[in-house]
Design a protein around this ligand. Sequence first.
Ligand code: 2AM
Ligand code: CA
Length: 284
Amino acid sequence: MNEENNAFVVGGKSFTAVAINCAAKAGEWITTKLGNHSRLELKHSSHDLVTEVDKGSERLIRNLIGTHFPHHSFLGEEGVEPGPEASVQALEDVSDAEYLWIVDPIDGTTNFVHGFPFFCVSIALAYKGEVIVGVIYDPIKDELFVAEKGKGAYVHGKRMGVSEEKTLRESLIATGLPTDQQYALPLNLKEIACIAPEVRNLRIAGSAALHMAYVAAGRLTGFWEIGLNSWDLAAGALLVKESGGTVTSTQGESYTLGVRNIMVTNGHIHDELLHALAKADTKE
Ligand code: 2AM
Ligand code: CA
């Protein structure tokens, strides 16, 4: 067996099993802290929150992965300074990694802080820069979304598939409101004004990763958001791809770990959504 075929298992340990175990453990721990977290820090602004639960969840995942795979590299949201420059640099710093775990310990921190039940743990493994495992766990609904490159994507152990809508008019589309109020938010509001009249309806629920899992599961037709980081997107991108959907930047470029402006859809409406967004003329 060559190295590529053997990429999922080292020393008999399945990468996917470890990812699932970490996501489940972290998710379970997070829910015990819901409504009773004590320390709240502001990252950039009052819109950008981090709790001790984010940090504890990341520590738990990092330690577990380090125990199983001590030679693998790790990129987690809480290990990186706030702001786009630091995120881009952090990804650059691990660009030579053979195996890279990319972790968002709580995606949807604002929801977690407010007790709005839409957040998740997102764990991806990239091999030489390409995502090969993606796991997203919603501890509130106890839903585990799992994808392996070339092997499909599953929720509750059942194969997932994207939805069937063929036009924007019949599509349920999600987006996210960026925390960067100076630059990204005005652009996003312009895009929303352009897209809202074209679709069946819009949803803005506050977790990029979970929105992407919902596209993979056929519950949303598509999702776009600007100014995101690799840890928000890596697992969700594989879930959508392995569910038969399309994953690009909002400019239509192929997905890579460096993409920050994301569009994922069921495939059928991808070009129509790209064109509709282009009409907003935001030049993100
Ligand atoms: P988070 O909850 O892990 O911070 C909501 O629109 C999405 O944007 C969430 O996935 C959220 O992830 C992400 N997000 C929040 N603050 C961000 C920031 N400063 N930069 C990039 N993404 C952010
Ligand atoms: Ca996140």
